[in-house]
Design a protein around this ligand. Structure first.
Ligand SMILES: Cc1ncc(COP(=O)(O)O)c(C=O)c1O
Length: 394
């Protein structure tokens, strides 16, 4: 038997390719897909000891299964988290990470600019269960400091936020959370684990939609919650096991394969996005560009401090409001109109009429989600084709 080195000592690319692999007795090279719902036991005593946690092993794929286990181990290594729990979608991750722990009478603070479904959970669902909510201007540290109350138990942040790419100083908010003993959850979906590591910046919990860059090729839905062993095993897993937002093993396998190329893809995503953002900024038909990698981004210094690169997401305003934005989208011939993101294919959406259409117009406008705002997820195509497509459409 070959002696194995400690996966925690591996560099990032090695973790992405090999982390968490569990080989069956057949010695397969690629990870196996275990498409089974249940497991059989040698004896009634074995079943009992697996259920009461005294013996290792799987009991049911709603809880865990070897393919899901490999993905959880790999993601935990990449994120340098003690433990990971994978779930069926990014929204299942967001919902479970908050709901597993929050109680009536608790107070949650979040940044104002949020993905439409995160906004819905926080402003519509949580208040129904007696949770108090405060939304703050994400970039205003005084507003964060003032928002904490005696009953603040949770802080939820999206940074960069969907769709305006507004940032929150994760390390500074983490300090406030520690002081007030609040659980700090960061939705790190726009940055991906390669460009920003919230746990290292002081967050308690990180959530992902693996649907985005981690799969990266538009094939599966999936999500993940990462945190301490104690939080995942004692608080999240009981909620997960009994409410059932389980990830399909097939999706877990696709996502494992996606991780193997994530670092290579993120480099190209960022290279392409930097060039697209610079091009848009100079174009006379563009009113404004929001990209954390541009010097003109109001939080450029913060982006430099907490992100490795600017990412692949760009928001921009085409002159002419909704009419101008729609005319531009309709003229694109390489870039697709789609509300997904983090895909190999470049995708564009009009947040006010799609991903953020559930937010009342007045509120949406106050968040900077104007009628002319577009959100572009820059893909992996040849940059000349992308710039040519945008130029022609403008
Ligand atoms: C910031 C953010 N959080 C959560 C999600 C939800 O992910 P999923 O679509 O996998 O449920 C999205 C999806 O776009 C998102 O942009």
């Amino acid at each position: 038997m070959k002696k194995k080195s400690n996966p925690k000592s591996w560099n990032l690319s090695t973790k992405l390719v090999r982390g968490g692999t569990l080989r069956s007795n057949f010695g397969e090279t690629s990870e196996a897909i275990f498409l089974n719902s249940g497991f059989c036991y040698d004896s009634a005593e074995t079943a009992e000891s697996r259920f009461n946690g005294q013996a290792p092993g799987y009991v049911y794929s709603r809880y865990l299964n070897p393919t899901l286990d490999m993905l959880e181990r790999r993601l935990a290594l990449v994120e340098k988290a003690e433990r990971c729990c994978v779930v069926a979608s990014g929204m299942a991750a967001v919902f479970a990470s908050i709901m597993c722990n929050i109680r009536p009478g608790d107070h949650l603070i979040a940044n104002k600019v949020l993905f439409g479904s995160c906004y819905y959970i926080i402003t519509e669902i949580l208040p129904r269960f007696g949770v108090e909510i405060t939304l703050v201007e994400g970039g205003d540290l005084n507003a964060w400091a003032k928002a904490f109350k005696k009953n603040t138990t949770h802080v939820f942040v999206e940074s960069p936020a969907n769709p305006t790419l507004a940032l929150v100083d994760i390390a500074a908010v983490a300090k406030l959370c520690k002081k007030h003993k609040a659980m700090f959850i960061v939705d790190n979906i726009f940055a991906s684990p390669l460009l920003q590591q919230p746990l290292e910046l002081g967050a308690d919990v990180v959530v992902y939609s693996t649907t985005k860059h981690i799969d990266g090729q538009g094939r599966t839905l999936g999500g993940a919650v990462l945190g301490t062993e104690k939080f995942i095993s004692e608080t999240l897993l009981p909620f997960h096991r009994h409410t059932g937002p389980a990830l399909s093993p097939f999706n877990a396998w696709v996502i494992l394969k996606g991780l193997e190329t994530l670092d290579l893809r993120m480099e190209r995503h960022c290279d392409n996005a930097e060039q697209v953002a610079a091009f848009l900024e100079k174009h006379p038909k563009i009113a404004r560009v929001y990209y954390p990698g541009l010097r003109s981004h109001p939080q450029y210094a913060l982006a430099k401090k907490q992100m490795k690169r600017g990412g692949n997401m760009i928001a921009f305003e085409v002159k002419g409001g909704k009419k101008g934005a729609f005319a531009f989208m309709n003229k694109l011939s390489v870039i697709d109109i789609s509300n997904n993101l983090g895909d190999a294919k470049s995708l564009i959406t009009h947040p006010a009429s799609s991903t953020h259409s559930n937010i009342a117009e007045k509120q949406r406008k106050s968040l900077g989600i104007t009628d002319g705002l577009l959100r572009l997820s820059v893909g992996l195509e040849d940059i000349a084709d992308l710039l040519g497509d945008i130029k022609k459409a403008l």
